[in-house]
Design a protein around this ligand. Structure first.
Ligand code: FES
Length: 231
């Protein structure tokens, strides 16, 4: 675990909210796109000060989003966790390129679309003998909030992870006019409703629209659901 994330924790509530403890910073960031409409980066739009402990809505129906207002109880929200506890390596497939290995856990995709530039990350991997192409492949994989993708060195298997400060980021997707998941950065522990920890990772995305089929993780369903934090 990242030392800076020690004491920080997200507990998934049974059919209820995420309980966040340990003074975890809470930010809102939006996906930035280029002229071609491709996702290229992040822009911070708000920094909230929720304190040592706070409850984040998981059902998508709170009238006080991003925080829980206990609407889940009156709505009869069913938040059964279906993701299981397989590790990232167990969930992912590997794609070889010159000098690199791309790992891809498709099930974790949050549809943030950082993997589209240059013909798509899967295609870039095969052209990684070129340093600029490799740099773009590493950038695209590192921008992926869900951690679906990682670029590793061939042979040693060393993963190239972005440096992320432990924090929770509420994703906004202005291009599609929707709100996205809870982006958990920097190795913060996530514990299921039964008390079993998920694998600690540098990047994961948790569903906050209530519609994911891979709870507690986001599976991109917020787009079809047209989930909006402000409604
Ligand atoms: S926030 Fe992405 S599926 Fe719910």
């Amino acid at each position: 675990m990242d030392e800076r994330a020690a004491g920080m924790r997200i507990k998934v509530g049974e059919d209820g909210p995420y309980t966040v403890t340990g003074n975890v910073p809470l930010l809102r960031m939006e996906i930035v796109v280029n002229e071609a409409g491709e996702s290229t980066g992040w822009r911070e739009v708000e920094r909230l000060e929720p304190g040592e402990r706070y409850l984040l809505c998981r059902c998508g129906k709170s009238g006080d989003k991003p925080f829980c207002d206990f609407t889940h109880a009156s709505e009869g929200f069913v938040g059964t966790e279906t993701a299981g506890h397989d590790s990232y390596n167990e969930q992912s497939v590997s794609i070889d390129g010159p000098g690199v290995l791309l790992r891809d856990a498709r099930k974790l995709c949050a549809e943030a679309r950082f993997c589209d530039r240059g013909g798509g990350l899967w295609n870039l991997v095969g052209m990684c003998a070129d340093p600029e192409t490799r740099a773009l492949a590493e950038e695209e994989a590192g921008l992926c909030p869900s951690g679906r993708y990682t670029i590793c060195d061939e042979g040693s298997g060393t993963a190239h992870e972005p440096e992320l400060e432990p924090a929770i980021v509420l994703i906004e997707d202005p291009q599609l006019g929707v709100s996205g998941p809870v982006f958990v950065c920097g190795g913060i522990e996530v514990v299921d409703a039964a008390g079993e920890p998920y694998e600690i990772r540098n990047r994961v995305t948790l569903c906050r629209c209530g519609e994911s089929k891979n709870k507690p993780f986001c599976d991109g369903s917020h787009i079809a659901a047209e989930f909006k934090d402000w409604e």
